[in-house]
Design a protein around this ligand. Structure first.
Ligand code: ATP
Length: 340
């Protein structure tokens, strides 16, 4: 399984900089995601890694050897597309066998790979069918099998689950992760869905306007967002801007106490689930959304609203005055990002 390094990758379309010097490392056998809003450059970066697009600057290395100018066919990688891109006139088995045949892999080995993948992806009842006789989830599995049939060291996923409904998406993404462990490949996965990125990845690269704004393990990105953009993009965040004095900030809800005794103008954030009922902060409940296991409670004070995620059994009504608390360790001081 390869280790991929992308060094200072820049891509320019006309006078528009789609990527502005991106550095990325995908460790051997790891699962990394390129996450970010529409237009941030995720697909452009994936296309550079696949060899479909030449960067205007920067270099790519696989296991230390430079591959920047290598054509896609000779790279040890395969792409799994959002659109499935299956051949409509070929059966499921022939779609899967297509890559190995192209690469002139022996007949017996091709049959063995097709049989294995059909079994691993639960397609036993569909091998002789044409793609249009399959559901979206089944077609996505065939597309995955087709990418894996050439036994690539690096598998590139371009939003592969975005055409599936939520339940199926959860199921197929669990299968992709299990398959990665079983078959063994390094995965680079493009998504704009933060929940998907948190659930799947060893490392998340969060892109914003052509740069990596933060990279790290899902927990690190979620609990220690560096900037307002990261805090906002990953999950829900309550933000307060103001003056810190010895780690304390005056907000319309009361005095917020951070873990570090910092001083100066700052922006801090906390997650809705960090809040606890009872304490020295308070406001008026302006909206309540019961979610079963938990309840989203919106609390307003001095024209500002924060969101609290509290246990679902609590009976809270609009108009209530709610006292709450946010533990110091749940409050993160943000740095200025490029958007600040
Ligand atoms: P999405 O989630 O919408 O697919 P993305 O993060 O994958 O977004 P890219 O497709 O990488 O975004 O595009 C990044 C930026 O580069 C966008 O602003 C896009 O309009 C622009 N772009 C992409 N391809 C080209 C091209 N061939 N010519 C000109 N501009 C392009």
């Amino acid at each position: 399984m390869p280790r991929l390094v992308a060094e200072d990758i820049a891509v320019r379309f006309g006078n528009f900089d789609a990527l502005k010097g991106v550095n990325l490392v995908a460790e051997t056998g790891s699962f990394i995601t390129l996450l970010g809003p529409s237009g941030c450059g995720k697909t452009t970066l994936l296309n550079v890694i696949a060899g479909f697009l030449q960067p205007s600057r920067g270099r790519l290395f696989v296991d230390g050897a430079e591959i920047t100018r290598q054509s896609p066919e000779v790279r040890d990688s395969a792409m799994c597309f959002q659109s499935y891109a299956l051949f409509p006139h070929l059966s499921v088995a022939d779609n899967i066998a297509f890559g190995p045949r192209q690469k002139r892999i022996g007949k017996d080995e091709t049959v063995r790979r097709v049989e294995n993948l059909v079994r691993q992806l639960g397609l036993e009842d569909h091998a002789t069918k044409l793609p249009n006789a399959l559901s979206g989830g089944q077609q996505q599995r065939v597309a995955l099998a087709r990418a894996l049939a050439v036994a690539p060291g690096l598998v590139l996923f371009d939003e592969p689950l975005s055409n599936l409904d939520a339940k199926l998406r959860d199921q197929v993404r669990t299968e992709i992760r299990a398959l990665q462990r079983e078959v063994g490949f390094t995965a680079i996965y493009v998504t704009h869905d933060q929940a998907e990125a948190l659930a799947l990845s060893d490392t998340v690269f969060l892109l914003n306007k052509g740069v990596v704004e933060q990279q790290g393990a899902p927990r690190e990105i979620y609990f220690k967002p560096r900037t307002r953009f990261v805090a906002d993009f990953i999950g829900a965040a309550n933000l307060h801007k103001g003056e810190l004095t010895g780690g304390k900030m005056v907000t319309p809800f009361g005095l917020l106490a951070c873990a570090q005794a910092d001083t100066g103008c700052a922006e801090v954030c906390w997650r809705p689930e960090a809040a606890r009922i009872g304490g020295n902060l308070s406001g008026t409940v302006s909206a309540v959304a019961f979610q079963g296991a938990y309840v989203d409670v919106f609390v307003t004070a001095g024209g500002e609203t924060v969101r609290l995620q509290l246990p679902g059994h609590l009976d809270i009504a609009i108009g209530d005055t709610l006292a709450f608390d946010v533990p110091a360790e749940g409050i993160v001081r943000l740095e200025d990002g490029p958007d600040a």
